[in-house]
Design a protein around this ligand. Structure first.
Ligand SMILES: [Ca+2]
Ligand SMILES: [Ca+2]
Ligand SMILES: [Ca+2]
Ligand SMILES: [Ca+2]
Length: 304
């Protein structure tokens, strides 16, 4: 009886530990209240705040993630809707999740070709060898952007949300194999040849107000970003593009890089090591529990 009790207690403790360190699953609705609470003023600017540094600053262990705190107010044309405040990244065994927070309220264009001050945001991923140094035109609403030739990065995937394509906030979900284009009028994921990549992804848009700012939440299958089960990290940069009444053409407004007006060359890719996010991936955690259960049962019955 004592052994049975010890076995049960051991499994309970183990289960608790697994729960504490396994990945969390954000709800894709454009709101990041489900990413854990934290005093943003404590976070380091212009660098990744890693899962361990975030825990030191008060993030609970149920919400391990990376946070890039961007400079607020650094959009080239001072449009708050194009100014990224921070980006959160987390992952589980199947998906990578991104949350992009803006300083200003987001306005949605409803496919008005003459819309101004409505940004498109892109996250550029360098996850595999090779790739392209230039992108733009078709995928970035006319803006031509380049990755610095002197840096090692060459992008492989581009995640794009063009707010001019949407009419209302909320969740845009698509079944695997169907592009969001077919249903809602936007394209989301491209490879480095500007071809669409299909997958079971979702977008949540929260337009917010001028005080709270808006946000975009994304769920992308790991495989659609070239990440295998054994590969746990990627380099990324982001950018927002905008056409203002003054500019007359689309230009880059904000990125991880400190930008100057008219500068469309990016070089500040940052590495997100998503192994640090779910300390055990869900499948590894489940496998470990199954093995320990089997060992425990063997030990228990052998001694009966
Ligand atoms: Ca959410
Ligand atoms: Ca910014
Ligand atoms: Ca690459
Ligand atoms: Ca910036």
């Amino acid at each position: 009886m004592k052994r049975m009790f010890a076995l049960l207690m051991g499994l309970l403790v183990l289960g608790g530990m697994m729960g504490m360190v396994s990945a969390f699953t954000p709800t894709i609705d454009g709101n990041d209240s489900d990413w854990g609470s934290l005093d943003l003023l404590l976070l380091d600017p212009n660098s990744w705040n890693t899962p361990s540094s975030l825990q030191e600053k008060g993030l609970d262990s149920q919400h391990l993630q990376y946070i890039w705190m961007d400079t607020s107010g650094d959009a080239i044309d001072s449009v708050d809707a194009a100014d990224v405040k921070y980006i959160r990244v987390t992952a589980n065994s199947s998906y990578v999740y991104f949350y992009i927070k803006f300083t200003g309220q987001l306005t949605l264009g409803g496919k008005n070709p003459n819309a101004q001050n409505i940004p498109a945001v892109a996250i550029i991923i360098d996850s595999t060898d090779g790739g392209n140094k230039t992108f733009g035109g078709q995928v970035l609403w006319g803006a031509d952007v380049k990755v610095s030739d002197s840096d090692p990065y060459a992008w492989d995937y581009l995640i794009r949300v063009d707010l001019n394509q949407f009419s209302t906030g909320g969740t845009y979900d698509n079944p695997a194999g169907v592009d969001v284009l077919d249903i809602y009028g936007d394209n989301v994921l491209y490879d480095d040849s500007n071809n669409l990549v299909y997958g079971d992804y979702s977008i949540g848009i929260y337009t917010g107000d001028t005080t709270t700012g808006g946000g975009i939440e994304l769920k992308i299958p790991k495989g659609a970003l070239g990440l295998s089960d054994q590969q746990f990290g990627f380099y990324m940069d982001f950018l927002t593009v905008l056409q203002t009444a003054n500019s007359g053409s689309v230009q880059v407004e904000d990125a991880m890089d400190p930008l100057s007006s008219g500068s469309n060359t990016l070089s500040n890719f940052q590495y997100a090591d998503i192994t640090q996010v779910p300390f055990f991936s869900d499948s590894i955690a489940m496998g470990a529990v199954a093995i320990l259960l089997a060992l425990g049962a063997f030990w228990f019955f052998r001694r009966q």
